[in-house]
Design a protein around this ligand. Structure first.
Ligand code: SF4
Length: 237
């Protein structure tokens, strides 16, 4: 799989290869089971039931790194953060920031386009309880590393949604940028900011999960602040 990721010549190539990955038996079984059983509200829909590739232009200056696709969101629609409550919050914020052409993301053919922003997840298949194992995280890492490598020429800022994504970034420094990650690792927090030499800045943001947004732990204003900061750091108008 490492070799398959490394062979991807561009993002389209990578997206196709990711979508055809079967490397994690537990996640393959889960994504297919969810797609077969479905949620009652989506009974008449064909679920994607595969790994979910990244979304956004190849010359993005900002990357948003999530945890993994949602069982009835990305795993249903085939597009990251699409068709679930987390995506509702995220894309509304990206639209307010001028980074998305519309405030909603409901289906892969709904006309959504992103500006200067690429979104991807540390793990590309929906995991049970939204909890990939460390082994699954490590197995999936080559897809993330190749994706960052492909957008490296323009990438300036990475927004890590949650502690899992924050932790998934450090191996990228070694694998893609040939740099030793900082020791000790900077702690994740909402608003945390780490910068290094000749690598993208890293911003921490609470995950846009319902747990955080329904309880007010993460508000639209807090998201707006993060994306304003990301745009400033990336030099995006
Ligand atoms: S989680 Fe990643 S490595 Fe595992 S099957 Fe899905 S795409 Fe492949």
């Amino acid at each position: 799989m490492v070799a398959r990721a490394a062979r991807a010549a561009d993002l389209a190539d990578l997206d196709g290869a990711v979508s055809d990955c079967f490397a994690c038996p537990r996640l393959v079984a889960w994504r297919e089971e969810v797609a077969r059983v479905k949620r009652a509200a989506f009974r008449d829909q064909d679920y994607w039931g595969r790994p979910v590739p990244g979304l956004g232009p190849p010359d993005a200056r900002i990357a948003i790194l999530g945890l993994a696709p949602a069982a009835h969101g990305g795993n249903r629609t085939g597009r990251i953060f699409t068709g679930d409550r987390s995506g509702d919050v995220l894309f509304a914020a990206l639209h307010r920031a001028g980074l998305a052409n519309q405030p909603t993301s409901v289906a892969s053919d709904d006309g959504l386009t992103l500006r200067e922003t690429r979104i991807f997840a540390a793990v590309r298949c929906a995991p049970p309880d939204n909890k990939p194992t460390p082994a699954e995280r490590d197995t999936c890492a080559p897809w993330l590393h190749r994706e960052v490598e492909l957008i490296r020429p323009t990438l300036r800022v990475v927004v890590a949604l949650g502690a899992f994504a924050w932790a998934a970034w450090w191996p990228v420094l070694r694998q893609v940028y040939g740099q030793r990650p900082p020791t000790p690792r900077p702690a994740f927090g909402h608003g945390a900011h780490w910068s290094g030499e000749s690598v993208p800045d890293l911003l921490g943001c609470y995950h846009v999960s319902q747990q955080n947004t329904f309880t007010g732990r993460l508000t639209p204003a807090m998201l707006d602040d993060v994306f304003t900061r990301a745009k400033d750091l990336a030099g995006v108008d």
